[in-house]
Design a protein around this ligand. Structure first.
Ligand SMILES: C[S@@+](CC[C@H](N)C(=O)[O-])C[C@H]1O[C@@H](n2cnc3c(N)ncnc32)[C@H](O)[C@@H]1O
Length: 207
């Protein structure tokens, strides 16, 4: 279990090259500065930004094979987890979906500043996004599982990998959805918190 900022930084460094680490350092610096202007993340979490946001996002890579297609991140907010993934693996195509204007501006600015040619921002509600096939679907603190699956099912295929950090509610939320959806997922322990878990799944979420 990651317990310190140093451990979190080392965890991330093991999963990307030096250029990736430089991009992540730049992202952290920009986040600290932008958070003075808009509430991208809670002030309290900035003191543990590597544990709470960066490593928390980076750990999803351990559940995803390297060759998957488009990584679709729903409700990216400040960029977690999608922007972190895009910065660590610039060969991975990533689409960040976010509806709030100021957050869309922040994400767009960061994609430009970090020179992430692999990463696009869809500044709109997910409901309005044109259907496309996603190799990976991620979403942290986006919506309750039932709603999340209903909104994103149309982007999934038989080979889609789902990585859904769900905090302490993971197992309970999974029990609350229909059996056809339960079958797709299992619960993985988060490495950033004893209490948190990630719903990892594979396949098409039929509606
Ligand atoms: C609680 S925040 C989480 C942000 C980020 N994923 C994180 O974990 O730090 C949820 C984000 O989802 C966005 N959002 C909520 N509903 C959405 C929708 N239907 N389409 C696109 N974005 C949405 C919100 O604007 C907000 O930025």
């Amino acid at each position: 279990m990651i317990a310190t900022e140093e451990q979190a930084r080392a965890f991330v460094a093991e999963r990307c090259d030096a250029a990736g680490m430089e991009r992540i350092e730049a992202l952290v610096a920009a986040l600290r500065s932008e958070n003075e202007r808009q509430n991208l993340v809670s002030k309290g979490s900035l003191g543990e930004v590597w544990q709470r946001h960066i490593a928390d996002s980076a750990q999803l890579l351990d559940h995803v094979s390297r060759e998957t297609g488009l990584w679709l991140d729903l409700g990216s907010g400040a960029g977690f987890p999608g922007l972190v993934v895009a910065a660590m693996q610039p060969e991975k195509p990533v689409l960040l979906v976010e509806s709030r204007r100021k957050r869309v501006e922040w994400l767009t600015d960061m994609v430009k500043a970090l020179k992430l040619e692999n990463c696009d921002v869809a500044g709109m509600r997910l409901e309005l996004l044109e259907a496309r096939e996603a190799g990976v679907i991620s979403a942290r603190a986006f919506a309750p599982l039932e709603k999340l699956l209903r909104l994103s099912a149309r982007f999934s295929t038989d080979t889609t990998t789902w990585v859904l950090p769900k905090g302490r509610s993971a197992a309970q939320e999974l029990q609350g959805v229909s059996r056809k959806w339960q079958k797709l997922f299992h619960v993985e322990q988060s490495v950033t918190s004893e209490e948190a878990a990630i719903l990892v799944g594979r396949g098409r979420a039929k509606t």
